[in-house]
Write a protein that binds this ligand. Structure first.
Ligand SMILES: Nc1ncnc2c1ncn2[C@@H]1O[C@H](COP(=O)(O)OP(=O)(O)OP(=O)(O)O)[C@@H](O)[C@H]1O
Length: 280
């Protein structure tokens, strides 16, 4: 008997297919400190992967390497078969987008404008076109606005379209960051502690949102300290400790791994049913 996942990936992008992301031997040294030490990571199309580990394990540094914010000291990153140049705008153009641990919205712009900014790397209009505001510029602007509206609606934020970003409730600001990251039309979304500061109801809604994102055909890698959230979300978990990969596997495998329990978990995370009950 086969067990159907509760939220199967979009058709044609089943986990186990050719990886869209391949990171090999990624290493990042800061002076004498090796923050990330020879980490490999494969992510399949439509897969949701959790990156967990104690504080200082190197999770965010690894994200920073994947997104070109830090050129890794060693190793390579290949996305959709192309080796990535370690430059954030190149990585965004290639189709990897991210959110940050601390919210990085433009606080005094509206929600709609924040998402439109995220569309920028997909518009071809240069400075002269922008100054002249010719027909091509206006068409690109119209397209960006339409995409931004669609994404606000996808994340159930349409009522906030004209609101100034900093005035939004905290959970909605986090969702707005995701909308902005989706505006660049990525194939892979990296979320750095998306549930931080959320209440149980918001966390549960976030899980559903990430499943919906996967249904659009994206792969997602999530860093998160909320163990119940991450164990009930991911197809696969990768555990980092002191910059190295301690282990990886399905949530049930990782949950039972003695080293993970000793290094990080302490006790087993709660079930999806407990999560739903807390949110009520
Ligand atoms: N720019 C930097 N310069 C020097 N050291 C850094 C830098 N960024 C991170 N580190 C160090 O690298 C190590 C890994 O940090 P990192 O933030 O990647 O861990 P993390 O697993 O994301 O932790 P947390 O869960 O607390 O966010 C830490 O010892 C940190 O102090």
């Amino acid at each position: 008997m086969s067990i159907q996942p509760a939220n199967p990936p979009a058709s044609g992008t089943a986990p186990g297919s050719e990886p869209i992301l391949q990171a090999r031997g990624v290493t990042m040294r800061f002076g004498g400190l090796t923050a990330v030490d020879g980490v490999d990571l494969d992510v399949a199309g439509g897969e949701i992967v959790g990156l967990i580990g104690p504080n200082g394990a190197g999770k965010t540094t690894f994200f920073n390497c994947l997104t070109g914010l830090y050129p890794p000291t060693a190793g390579s990153i290949t996305f959709r078969g192309q080796r990535l140049a370690p430059k954030p705008y190149r990585v965004a153009e290639a189709g990897i987008s991210r959110t940050f641990q601390n919210i990085r919205l433009f606080p005094n712009m509206t929600a709609l404008e924040n998402v439109m900014v995220g569309r920028h790397c997909r518009t071809r209009e240069g400075l002269l076109s922008a100054i002249g505001r010719g027909p091509r510029y206006r068409a690109a602007e119209r397209e960006a606005r339409q995409t931004a509206r669609e994404l606000l609606s996808f994340l159930d934020l349409d009522r906030h379209a004209s609101a100034i970003a900093r005035s939004l409730p905290y959970g909605d600001q986090r969702k707005l960051e995701i909308a902005r990251a989706l505006a660049s039309d990525p194939g892979l979304l990296l979320l750095d502690e998306p549930a931080a500061g959320m209440n149980p109801r918001e966390t549960l809604a976030l899980r559903e949102t990430i499943f919906k994102i996967r249904q659009r055909g994206l792969s997602v890698v999530v860093i998160e300290h909320d163990m119940r959230f991450i164990f009930n979300l991911c197809d696969r978990l990768v555990v980092l400790a002191r910059g190295r990969k301690l282990t990886e596997g399905r949530p049930d495998e990782v949950r039972a791994d003695e080293r993970v329990i000793a290094t990080y978990l302490g006790t087993a995370p709660g079930t999806a049913e407990q999560e739903a009950s807390d949110a009520r």
